[in-house]
Design a protein around this ligand. Sequence first.
Ligand code: CU
Ligand code: CU
Length: 363
Amino acid sequence: MKPTSWTILPVAVAAVAALTVAIVAISNDNSSTSTTSAASTTQSAPGMNMAGTAGKATLQSYAGQLPANADALAKAHKPYDATLPPVPAGEVVPLHIALKDVTLQIAPGVKFSAWTFDGGAPGPVIHVRQGQTVKVTLTNGGAIPHSIDFHAARIAPDKAFTSVMPGKSFSFSFKANDPGVYMYHCGTPPVLAHIANGMYGAIVVDPKTPLRHADKEYVLVAGEWYLDSPGLNKPAYLDMDKARLMMPDWVTFNGYANQYKDHPLTAKPGDLVRFYVVDAGPSLTTAFHIVGTILDRAYVNGDMTQFQSSVQTVDVPAGGGGVFETRITQPGLYPFVSHSFASVDMGEVGILKVGNVKGTMSH
Ligand code: CU
Ligand code: CU
């Protein structure tokens, strides 16, 4: 659908009367961006529009707003490598993570002023084996305090997930005793802002007895972006009001809208393909589904001791993960999506290209 006009939803006005905002859905009208630019001068921290657009007459969606050369930019974009990296050798896995404030592209030509683990959103995919010790060292090169919360750890969060001041480093270790696929994220308050600014990633903990051999293993981290401007002429900042109301402008796998449509993930016919899916949120669920096939095995919530068979769609909640296997014999282009289709409309879709086929798909 090509958005062409203002769509005002009066019902939403009543629903959020406390904020006295009207939800104004998809619009191409750039002139209206002036309603939010004033708010961006009242940021409480670099990279965060804490004031949002509260008190303004409208909250505006920038969903689907792209520059004229978006197709060329999408093709030139280097996609986030979704391939699961190997497990490092040794009992102890050292992880050095630098916290950096960077401007990211989150869709073709759409810039966002982000807070990151190692300069990307998501941060690096971490892969360990059950029983290994993960030794984390954070170095805060950002402007404000940050931290790291590993869902794969059993550890006192007030000690390990503590905030690190700008310019400082901090280390802690945990033993990865529980296999699964887990989220990690910054846990510094307000957590909503830190996750929505890009501070999230995935860690895969292989079980001691590995899962069956897979020919391809891919990691997908879903996340939402809430923008205070279209991000076309200057980087957008996080709009906290849109984050609170769960009104994203873009929803992505691995941080960039539709990137695996233009740069599909690949498999050969008959390959066993395994997806590790984490939903970083901060707030929406990913209803994981692959068009044109059925999930042979779904390790729901990353529980690797059991699986569901022959299922169509599995929810991955915000802050959760799941492992999904499929074996596709017929060559073709198979879109993987969140079947919550508003998210597809905002960019949460990619393609698994099976065999040597041409063309693209409209999903
Ligand atoms: Cu943070
Ligand atoms: Cu968490």
